[in-house]
Design a protein around this ligand. Structure first.
Ligand code: AMP
Ligand code: MG
Length: 496
């Protein structure tokens, strides 16, 4: 059933990980399976059956050719450095090569206590597994780089999270699970050879364009080039998050992927009423990871990566700091240009004009003051692109009509300066403005039905809806709506 494993990470030095076999579970049941992803990864599904799949995706049997391991990493959590974190409940089976020739990690999350578990039980409750499944697949469907969900199994065991909850295991697919914290793990130990081997592995795997210059370039430039490449991907990623109102919730350096994918969906959530200070995570008391802080936190995390690379960038410490600082200081500018591209597309602007930033900010300010729903506002704006009749629906999303009405006039003036005809503007805008996101109360309802009644129907329905985010889905209108006051989710939990 599994495609052949490649075992690139397993061939890195032993101190990069701990060999670890998943701890078998009592009674595994397959509750979700991503057939199209499995096909793209080269799984043989001819003889697929759910009983057998449950055995594989629970880790009860390790597939032929896999060499399971848990990865070592460190990380800054809420600004405080923890020199050893690591996969406390995850096991990497190995990498496979997908249909496009890209290496993909296959990881079981919730596979039992590992040498990195510290005080934890190594398990995952069903709720967070289904939440990650839904949100990561929704992110991917919106075209936002993300780890993927391949399968979810229940374990037939209970995990204690204050109260007993059903246990589950998620099979996660990523272009790799290497994090900023992976670099920090070696740097914190003064293991500069480890940092170098990791950097070379990352360059070969994620940034081959740097790899090809390997011979012709001085080493320092290559590693500075690595920092620059990671920075570019982070700038693009965070801009995409901001464009859909996504709040990651735990942007620790151990949750910052080197490949530029969204990783670790803990207390993440999509905001409804627009508020740049919005925070959902119950553990984020100071609002460190609030919506509007995400770009500057990404820059902070990149500075932590830069610190680990300094000795590779230049032998002269001062020179290395100077080069890295100069690069990091360009982040705000790079981010802004990514963000403007995202927001211009949301506003239906194909050309660039100097006043665009102010126009975008004016809309956001009106949304904030008018307590407008983020997703509905932009989708509704798409509807008005070619049909001024639809303005009433948009205006009704705002508590007060005056500001948005005035803004719409400005926007139409700006649209008039666009080169192309109105013809495909609505369609283009709808591809930048999802109608369906995993709204928090819907996610909660799906999780509750699965956990309390073993009813996976609402999960399957929601998954089907959020993996087609840009389609108008007739009959599914209620899934476009924000929570009623009684259904609102104000706090989300890590659920670890
Ligand atoms: P996370 O909050 O999922 O990003 O995890 C932060 C750290 O805690 C990582 O090192 C995880 O492996 C570890 N961790 C989270 N949950 C558990 C658990 N149930 N058992 C052991 N380690 C865990
Ligand atoms: Mg994590």
């Amino acid at each position: 059933m599994f495609p052949p494993f490649t075992l690139r990470y397993a061939r890195l030095p032993e101190r990069f990980y701990a060999h670890f076999e998943p701890v078998p579970v009592r009674d595994p049941h397959l509750v979700a399976f991503n057939r199209s992803l499995a096909e793209a990864l080269g799984f043989d599904l001819a003889a697929f059956n759910t009983e057998e799949a449950a055995v594989w995706f629970s880790g009860n049997v390790v597939p032929h050719g896999a060499e399971p391991l848990s990865q070592a990493y460190a990380g800054h959590q809420f600004g405080g450095f923890v020199p050893q974190l690591g996969d406390g409940r995850a096991v990497l089976l190995g990498e496979v090569t997908d249909h496009e020739g890209r290496l993909r990690d296959i990881q079981l999350k919730g596979a039992g206590r590992t040498p990195f578990s510290r005080g934890g039980d190594g398990r995952s409750p069903l709720g967070p597994v289904l939440r990650e499944y839904l949100v990561s697949e929704a992110m991917h469907a919106m075209g936002i780089p993300s780890t993927r969900a391949l399968a979810a199994v229940t374990t037939g065991e209970r995990v204690m999270r204050g109260i007993p909850e059903p246990g589950a295991i998620l099979t996660r697919v990523a272009s790799s699970h290497i994090r900023v914290g992976t670099f920090q793990y070696f740097a914190a130990r003064g293991d500069s050879e480890g940092v170098r081997e990791l950097a070379d592995h990352v360059i070969e795997r994620h940034y081959p364009e740097l790899h090809s210059k390997l011979e012709s370039q001085p080493d320092g430039e290559r590693y500075l080039g690595l920092l620059e490449a990671v920075q570019k991907r982070q700038a693009a990623l965070i801009a995409r998050w901001m464009g859909v109102g996504f709040i990651h919730g735990v942007m620790n350096t151990d949750n910052t992927s080197i490949s530029g994918e969204t990783i670790d969906f803990g207390p993440c959530a999509f905001m409804e009423q627009y508020d740049p200070k919005m925070v959902f995570s119950s553990i984020d008391e100071g609002g460190r990871y609030a919506y509007a802080n995400q770009p500057s936190i990404a820059q902070w995390n990149l500075a932590r990566l830069a610190e680990t690379l300094l000795p590779l960038i230049d032998e002269d410490g001062d020179k290395a700091v100077e080069l890295a600082t100069e690069l990091l200081q360009r982040f705000p500018e790079q981010y802004e240009s990514e963000w403007l591209a995202v927001m211009r597309a949301k506003l239906g602007l194909a050309s660039e004009k100097p006043g665009d930033k102010a126009l975008i900010e004016a809309l956001l300010a009106a949304m904030h003051r008018g307590r407008a729903d983020f997703t509905l506002t932009f989708r509704s704006l798409s509807d008005t692109a070619e049909n001024t009749q639809a303005e009433a629906t948009l205006i009704a999303l705002f508590e007060r009509p005056d500001e948005i009405t005035a803004w719409l006039e400005e926007w139409r003036e700006r649209l008039a300066q666009e080169p192309r005809g109105d013809g495909d503007r609505e369609r283009q805008m709808k591809l930048a403005n999802p109608a369906f996101i995993p709204r928090n109360h819907r996610v909660q309802q799906a999780l509750t039905a699965a956990m309390d009644e073993n009813d996976f129907g609402p999960f399957e329905t929601l998954l089907q809806i959020v993996t087609h985010p840009f389609d108008d889905q007739p009959g599914r209108e209620e899934f476009t709506l924000p929570a009623e006051p009684t259904e609102r989710v104000f706090r989300t939990f890590c659920g670890t």
